[in-house]
Design a binder for this molecule. Structure first.
Ligand code: 0O2
Length: 200
């Protein structure tokens, strides 16, 4: 079997695992809706990385483009992005995913408490899902990125301009950092405003 076909099979497994995780997230949302409380989640999106994108990621990580390398080194073939209105909802949602949804092993990268040098903020959870597919049981990872709308806005703009390898000058890098700081302040002010109006 060639790599294209092997990847197509693996991507299908990732898709199945991702759908399981998404169902758990939607169950959690349905429960909240029943209580009448404000939803901590504004939107949920998901995708499985395309063949082209996975090839680029292997190049970026300087690993040979083989299915074993992809399985062992790239953990976001399946990705879910959850966007919240408020920054503190990020941790509420992460807690719910960890404790209520009973998903297997969770590894966390907390770029909210410790933003990346360029200003990127987001909470990444990596959950492992066991899956019976095509006659065998395998473990597949699903990356869940949780971020506020302001963080998402910054990431979309930065992704388009610099993340994918455009030549970015130190001056532009600096401006991205300033933009991230500005949006972090925005997130903090939004919480203060919400709390001053006693909205939950
Ligand atoms: P795309 O096109 O969004 O899918 P590692 O886990 O350390 O082995 P990885 O996966 O590169 O390697 O690290 P990380 O930090 O978990 O990044 C995974 C994803 O987070 C990225 O996927 C992006 O979606 C997002 N991300 C991380 N850092 C940045 C950043 O500086 N700017 C933006 N805009 N997004 C970021 P991909 O596959 O790189 O990209």
């Amino acid at each position: 079997m060639g790599i294209a076909q092997e990847y197509a099979e693996y991507a299908t497994m990732c898709e199945r695992a991702m759908e399981h995780v998404k169902t758990s997230i939607y169950d959690y949302l349905a429960e909240i809706e029943l209580t009448g409380a404000r939803s901590p989640i504004d939107s949920v999106e998901s995708r499985v990385k395309s063949y082209e994108s996975i090839r680029e990621k292997c190049q970026k990580k300087k690993i040979r483009f083989t299915i074993d390398n992809i399985r062992n080194n790239i953990h976001d073939v399946a990705g879910i992005r959850i966007v919240t209105l408020f920054e503190d909802d990020i941790f509420k949602v992460a807690e719910a995913i960890k404790t209520r949804l009973r998903l297997n092993t969770i590894i966390i990268k907390d770029y909210v408490s410790e933003p990346k040098d360029n200003g990127y903020r987001s909470l990444h959870l990596l959950v492992q899902r066991e899956l019976y597919f095509n006659g065998q049981t395998s473990t597949v990872s699903v990356e869940i990125q949780i971020r506020s709308k302001a963080m998402d806005l910054w990431a979309s703009i930065e992704h388009g301009i610099s993340y994918k390898g455009n030549n970015v000058t130190p001056e532009i890098k600096n401006q991205f950092k300033e933009l991230a700081n500005f949006l972090a302040q925005f997130d903090a002010n939004a919480i203060t405003l919400r709390d001053s109006t006693n909205t939950n």
